[in-house]
Design a protein around this ligand. Structure first.
Ligand SMILES: Cc1cc2nc3c(=O)[nH]c(=O)nc-3n(C[C@H](O)[C@H](O)[C@H](O)COP(=O)(O)OP(=O)(O)OC[C@H]3O[C@@H](n4cnc5c(N)ncnc54)[C@H](O)[C@@H]3O)c2cc1C
Length: 421
């Protein structure tokens, strides 16, 4: 690939309004794209981050900041500042089950400065990351920049064409990164075809209000099971974030049964939320997550790299999608900073990012798939309340085994660290 100018430049062009030039053009201001932009900007690489929306206030997509992300931010001196923003800590969620509650993981036993999952409204997290990136003059954020297509010349991707409220523009770049999530336009435009699996469940997300009769939820989260449904609740300070897990494709049946049936089902699982569910009066209060899992066999081609959900959509089991997108970003920055600064990114550099990140992704997806098939599918088929078998309760008393789920959730398969260039 040919070197590019090192400064962000801007020039007129006949068929598009503006043409910008940069070194790395990142499409998508989600956790993966925003963190990659910050890491490259602080190393002195010219970066443009393009986000389709006008702000970071988006539909709920999970608000978890995992121990590994907190460690990464700590390595670049930002963990302290992040902790000053409003958040809740989840360290040991409890499941309500026959025979007593069960704690599937407890992060407090892990060796880390941050033995908890921080729950922070994602727009606040993304604003924080992009504001930090904006402290570097070589970073530029374009909001309302909806990428339409890739610019390809001589068999290489040379940037993107995007739509703004003012018309069409181009960004020309040495490297383009698709961090545009599960419905990635960049992935589709690049001709990458993901291998999909269909997990057996969908999730209805909704909020429940804070009330004087709020239950005590130790560990920051709770959940339970009854008659083929799973109900989870996360403590969010001024409201409860609730998830109701249903068998895949059964949303219309749940709707046809009506809100009263849904409220009753939640109460069978956790009667402590009796008053709260009275506030569920309209289906507009719910958003349906169609659970998917997929991975691209190849994450790159000349001039283009995919990271995060664009490369691999993660199932919500274990809530590791954000964590994995950020770990991809760290590895991409570690591997690519030097080639980007040298103005020459080889295909082998892009392959190295995939090499380092693919196997942790495939292992965690295999674990998710096992849990979905062997545990969640059975629970969704069963008409009973959750019964945790005695052997599982005993296994969770063995220190090495007991802490394995916590370690996987906190750090993924492999801890990643920010490398200085
Ligand atoms: C309802 C729901 C709940 C979830 N809960 C959790 C959870 O609790 N914990 C967890 O870890 N994960 C959770 N996930 C998964 C998690 O959201 C993703 O794994 C994670 O956000 C992936 O990050 P990303 O940066 O790769 O992509 P995204 O976060 O999807 O970000 C992609 C960005 O690209 C932008 N974009 C898209 N197309 C274009 C375009 N053409 N041009 C410019 N910009 C574009 C989007 O607007 C978006 O801002 C949840 C997902 C959903 C849908």
């Amino acid at each position: 690939m040919e070197p590019t100018t090192s400064a962000l430049t801007h020039e007129a062009h006949e068929d598009v309004l503006d043409v910008f030039r940069t070194t790395c053009c990142i499409v998508g201001g989600g956790p993966g794209g925003a963190v990659l932009a910050l890491l490259l900007a602080r190393q002195g690489v010219d970066v443009m981050l393009l986000e389709a929306h006008k702000d970071f206030d988006r539909d709920f997509r999970g608000d978890t900041v995992h121990p590994s992300t907190l460690e990464i931010l700590d390595e670049i001196g930002l963990a302290g500042r992040l902790h000053q923003l409003r958040h809740v800590k989840v360290f040991a969620p409890t499941l309500r089950a026959v025979g007593g509650s069960f704690t599937p993981f407890d992060l407090r036993r892990l060796k880390t400065r941050f033995p908890y999952i921080m729950l922070m409204h994602q727009p606040i997290f993304l604003e924080f990351v992009t504001e930090e990136a904006a402290k570097y003059p070589n970073f530029r954020l374009l909001m309302q920049a909806n990428v339409l297509e890739l610019i390809e010349e001589g068999g290489e991707v040379r940037g993107v064409r995007y739509q703004s409220p003012h018309g069409q523009h181009e960004v020309r770049a040495l490297l383009t990164v698709g961090a545009d999530g599960r419905f990635s336009r960049v992935r589709q435009q690049g001709g990458f075809v993901p291998i999909k699996t269909s997990p057996p469940m969908d999730v209805l997300w909704f909020r429940l209000p804070r009330l004087p009769e709020d239950p005590q939820v130790t560990g920051g989260a709770t959940g339970g099971v009854s008659r083929g449904h799973i109900f989870v609740v996360l403590d969010r300070f001024d409201y409860w974030q609730a998830g109701y897990i249903i068998a895949k494709g059964h949303y219309q049946e749940v709707r046809a049964a009506g809100l009263e049936a849904l409220r009753r089902s939640i109460l069978e699982i956790d009667p402590r939320f009796a008053k709260h569910v009275e506030h569920l009066t309209d289906w507009h209060q719910f958003s349906l997550l169609s659970v998917e899992s997929s991975r691209c066999p190849r994450w790159y081609k000349p001039g283009l790299l995919l990271i995060g959900d664009a490369a691999h959509v993660m199932s919500p089991v274990g809530g590791v999608g954000i964590n994995y997108a950020i770990q991809d970003a760290v590895v991409a920055a570690n591997v690519l900073t030097r080639p980007l600064k040298a103005g020459r990114v080889q295909l082998s550099d892009l392959a190295e990012v995939q090499r380092q990140r693919e196997w942790p992704t495939r292992i965690i997806q295999a674990i998710q798939s096992f849990l979905q098939k062997r545990v969640i599918a059975n629970v969704l088929r069963s008409q009973e309340t959750l019964r945790v078998p005695l052997y599982i309760r005993l296994l969770f008393r063995i220190p090495l085994l007991r802490d394995l789920p916590a370690r996987l959730i906190a750090f993924g398969i492999k801890r990643v660290h920010v490398r200085s260039a």
